[in-house]
Structure formats: C-alpha cells, structure tokens
Write a new protein. Sequence first.
Lengths: 483, 304
Amino acid sequence: MNWIKLKNNTKIDALSIPAITIDELREDVRNMKLRPIGFFGKQEFENIRLYITLADDKEGMIYVSSMLFAPDIKSYDSLTKDFPQFHNFEREFYEEFGIEPKNHPWLKPLRKNQDEYPFFAMQGEDVHEVAVGPIHAGVIEPGHFRFMCQGEKVYDLEIMLGYQHRGAEALMLNPNNRLAESICGDTVIGYNMAYSQVMEALSDIKISQRAEIIRRIALEMERIAIHIGDMGAIAGDMAYLMGASVFGTTRTLVINTMLEICGSRFGRGLIDVGGVNFDITPELSDKIKSVLDDVIKIVDRTAKVMLKKPSCISRMEKTGVVSMETALQLGAVGMAARSSGVNLDSRFDFKDKWYKKCPLEKEIKENGDVYSRFNLRYREVKQSAEFINDLLEKLKENNDGIKVQTNNDLTPNSFAISITEGWRGEVVHTAITGVSGELIRYKIKDPSFNNWYMLAMAVRNNGISDFPLCNKSFNLSYCGNDL
Amino acid sequence: MIKILDILILIFMPFIMIGIIKKTKAFWGGRKGVRLFQPLYDVLRLLKKEAVYSETTSWVFKTAPVIGFSAILFAGLLVPMINGKAIMNIPFGFIIFSYILGFGKFFSLIGAMDTGSSFEGMGASREACFSTIVEPAFFIFMGSVVALTNNNSFANFKMILENAGIYGYLIIALAVITLFIMLLIEGCRVPVDDPTTHLELTMIHEVMILDNSGVDLGLITWGAGIKMFLFEALIAALIIPAGLPVWLAITAFLAIICLLSIIIGTIESSIARFRMTHVFEFIFIMSITALIILTLVTYRIYGN
C-alpha cells in the first residue's frame, strides 16, 4: 500500500504515512491520474521527508504518501517533465530544501532570490521588452512582470513574485484565527475556515451544525462580494463606466451586510476554532435575504447589459484564452479553471453536505476567455445567493449553539488536511503535529499558486494593452502565492 | 472686441468643456462629481509647481511641453471662433493648422522617447500610428471643401451650403462625423483611449506624459484641453449657419460646445473602450466619410 486515503477535514496518523521511491511515485501519479494539492518537505532529524498529497476529485478522497531523502541525496529525477502540474511544487520544494529536481524545465526562483532571477531574453528586429513593477501605479500588491513583445503583440510574459514573502507558514506554527485570516486579505473566510477545520480535525472537535451553516453563509457572501467587485473592476479596465460604478456600489451592499453580521466588512473575527463568534438572528437573516435579493436584481440587470453590449463583447471575447488542455496541464484550479471548462469545485467534489441538496449543477463555461470568466462570475454570484437562501432556511432548523468549548490539545503525530473552496478556488491547509502534540509543519496552498502561470499563458499572442484586462479577469493573489 | 472674446474663450473654454465632460460622466455614474471648474484649478495648481526631471532626460524632454503647448495655441489662432472668423485669417490656414499641430505632436513624441522608458516609447508609437491615419482624412476633407467653395480658409465652412446645393446638408453631416472622430482620437477619449485609466499598458496619450510633472504637466493638460476644444470649435463652425447676428452666433457657439461635451461624456459612460486592434476599424470610418465627401464634391463639380 503506497498511499493512505483520507477524507477532507480529517486526520490520520502521521507515522503511518508510507515512504515510497521516486519511481513508484512517478508510476502511481501516471496510473492514478490525480492532481497534486500538496508537495512539501519537512525536516525529520537529519533526513528530509517530502509529503505528497493528491486529490481524487471524482471520489472526493485525498491520497497521502511521502518520500524520504537521506542527507547525502541532493537530487531526484523531476516529475515536471512528465506531469507539468508539478512545476511550481517542485520549484517550491527545491527552494526550501535545496533538493534539486533534475531536468526540471523551469527551475527558477519562486519566492526568494529575485535578484538572480534568470529572465528569458528574446532577440529580433522589432522585439522589445516591457518591465512592469514590482511597484504598480494602482493600489495593488507588488510583483514583477516582464513582457517580451513584438510590436504590440506579447510573445511571452514572465511573472516574478516573492515580494510579499512574510514566512506565513513558519508563523502558523504558533497559530491563531486572526493570523490565519490575515494571510491572504481577500479570502478571509476561506483561509480562516480552512485553518479552523484543520485544527478541529487535529483536536477532534465536532462543531455545531449552526456554526457550520453560518460559516458557509459567510463563505458564499465573500464569494458574492469579491466576484461583484471583480466584475466592476473588469468593467473599469474596459473603460465601461456604468458597469464599474454599478458593481462598485453593489459590492458595498454585500460587505456592509457582512459588517452587520460580525462587525467587519471582510468577515474578520467571525470564525474561530470551535465554531463562530457571531450568530445570525432571524431579523438579520431576513435582512440578508432582502439585501441579496436587491443585489441579485442589480447584478442581473447590469451584467446582462454588459454581456450583450457589442463594445464590451469585442473587448472581452477571445481575449486571454486559456484552453482546457492548457488549464489541465498547468493544474489550474478554482474559478479560472472552471471558466476554461475544467470541472473542479471542491464544494461538490469533496461532498460538503450543506451544498449537496442544492439543485444547481456545477457552473461551467468553457471558452476560457475573459468573457467566460466574467460570465462565470456572474453565474456564480447568482448561484451563491441561492445557496445562502437555502442555508438561511436550514439555519432555522438547527439551533444547537454557535460555539463549542475548545482546548488546545492537538492529537500527537497526526496529519490533517482541509480543502475549502474560497472564491478564487481551493484553499488547502495541511498540518502535521509532533510527539507532544505541537505543530511541526503547517502548509498552505493558495489557488493562485496553481493559477499564476495560467495568466502568463493567457496573454500570449494578445495585445499588450489587453494584459490589464486579462490580469483582472483572473485577479490572482500575490500574498497567497508568496506566503 | 470680438477677437478679445475669442482669445478668452480659446484660453478658458477648454476647462469648462472638460468640466462638463466630467460632470456628465459623474451624472451617469450616479456620483456628484467634481466642481465644474476643477480642471482649471488643477492646471493652476500644476502651473505653480516645480517640474522634476529624471537624470536620463535631455533638453528635448524639458522643451517638449512648451513647444507642444505653443503649437496648439498657435493652431488655435487659425480656427474660426464665435462669429465664424478665426483670430488670424491666413490663406491656407488649415494646412498650417494641421502641420503646426503635427509639429507639436512630434516634439511630445520625441520628448516621451527621451525618457528611455519602454512605456512611453509604446505610447509614442501608438499616438504616432493614430495620427498618421488622421492626417490624410483631414486633408481629403479640407481639400474637398476648398475645391467646392474656391475659398482656402476655414471660413469656407460657411459656404458649403450655397455651393453644394442639395448635397450641402449631407456634406455637413459627414464632415461633422469626420471631425468628431478626429476629436475623439486627438482628444484621447473613449473609445479610442481612456483618459481616466491607471493602467500604463493600455494608455496612449497618458502614458507619454508619465514622467512629466509640475508646470510641464500643467501645460500638457491645458494644451490637450485646447486641442480638443479646437475640434469642437471646427464642428461648431460647420453647424452654425452664416449671417447670424453676433449675439446669436455666440450663444449658438457656446451651446454647441456644451452639447458636444455632454455627448462625449455620455459616450464615455455608455460604451467600453475598443480593443487596440479594433480601434483602427473605428477610425477608418473617419477616412471613409472623408472619401464620401470627396466623391460628392467631385460629382458636384464635374458631374452632369
């Protein structure tokens, strides 16, 4: 038995994780046809243990295994050349532990050593390079983009990140909820939920049904708010003023409702290990319902106008296309992958019971251009509003308190994993405890980690002036990638 | 007396025009918007400030804003104003008008290139590219009107009707479309360019002036306003019929300027900016309308 199977939000005995060889791993990945969601090392005395977690999205199971590197082994044969979706994971592992994946086609710095970054260069008559960042004109995070262009056409884009590297994983060894929700500021609920679920799995806490429902309401509210904000930003980048102002004000309605729930517009402080800190009273429940009704009406009207307006269509359609094959190769996840036709949504793949009764199918739109990413956001907003209405109904029947007593006793020698579908895609948190129940490794995988390369592929052969629009349609996180 | 009024309008009307566009956009966006005279205060504030220069720039960058502004101001003297007469009436003024603007633009292009920034080089190449399409259209249109009216100044706009007979209104309508698209291109408005964007990679005019500051930026902003206003003034000259009493001509002139500003603001609020490659399809409309004018005039003169 090379792999241990576990469900989402559960733990296993860390000592029972088998150790396999690189050839076995290669064979297994090839045969099992699963995608990696974790590929990270841990110092184990003088050895380095590499944990590999694969997601089986059809069965809703997670497979865990490991590889042991003795101190004298400094390289292995790269998996990336056979399975490109490992490319970022192997770079990350190399950067952290110095074990080199041999024949990796793209072994460049991921977060550290930006000074020595080996950029590609291009030569030719009308070839020019445009360097953008790390500091941008707008109020966004730092990241360096280098375009290799022929005239107005982008031949290739290299994205160099790492400016936001704060050592979040090391900080999370002494974790708390306020820290967890600050790692990636636009996915507050998603991160906090993933962290809380990992901790609850590690300490065998069963939280109340009511708390689970409230968490999911908050998660969907976050999705609605950010999606509407992004739709407004896409409209703004196209200089479509009407869309930008309508979506901008509508987003405020949603986050102000979040403010009424928990005192923070972004949902900070709502979730704690053991449940939630704020209840949703029946009056508040009615308020949420009526606000969402208004929001959906406005979004419906404006989005429909935009999706039919020739000038908007001409700007969005066939801009930044990522084909389904490319998305699968790169291991893309979340909303961006779905808009390329990849059928991935951890809310349904990993059978979250609060979602299963919903009559809606997974939302798929298959063109992979800016238009489909806009359209998918619009449909996800509507879908999430229906989920919230459904969850608010369920809230009435579940009155079992919002928080259970917790102690900070984590089960020793355990390995726990949680996948939460944040608005951008799956947020994967993995934690390993040591002999006395202390955290010895905390690993975070943001959806942006998979998807940044998708953006580079999307702008190829597009005009350089379409880059901002492509970028906004993905809206990836810098700090989620840099950690 | 009228000429003094002309000069005052040439200098201050651009601010009101930009103010009206901003107010219109704010209205459609459901916002209160900035004060009507805010563009004027902005430029006054900038003119009081010192300009900062990067070490890589030379005298070209420093002189470009002044040359650009003077060129536009000089071009303004040739354009018919409130009662249909230009401040300076020079034979073949329209040729000087076009090339003095081209001269100013040339300096702003090499000024942008002088910074050595890849952004500004990109902006300069785009601006030059669009201008090369505007120029032939402008001369096809103006040449046709000159041939039709046997008059070589902008004053010939008022003679189109008497010379062209039944085709007069059609020619004027087509000329308004031609000039309006030129206005959108030269004024860097949506759907050709987005004057409010912060995204350097999509900008045309704005990216060329990223390095300018203080008094230089003030002159560029002011100059850009005047340039746009000149095209509005040309459209007004086309529409206002000859022989109106002076007070009525002034009122009509100002009303048309305001109306055009409101139209520009409404366009900016209601459509998205075109993709850079699709912009060419849009601005070739201007070339086509100019060619139709040429055809109509040729038919009028040599037909029958």
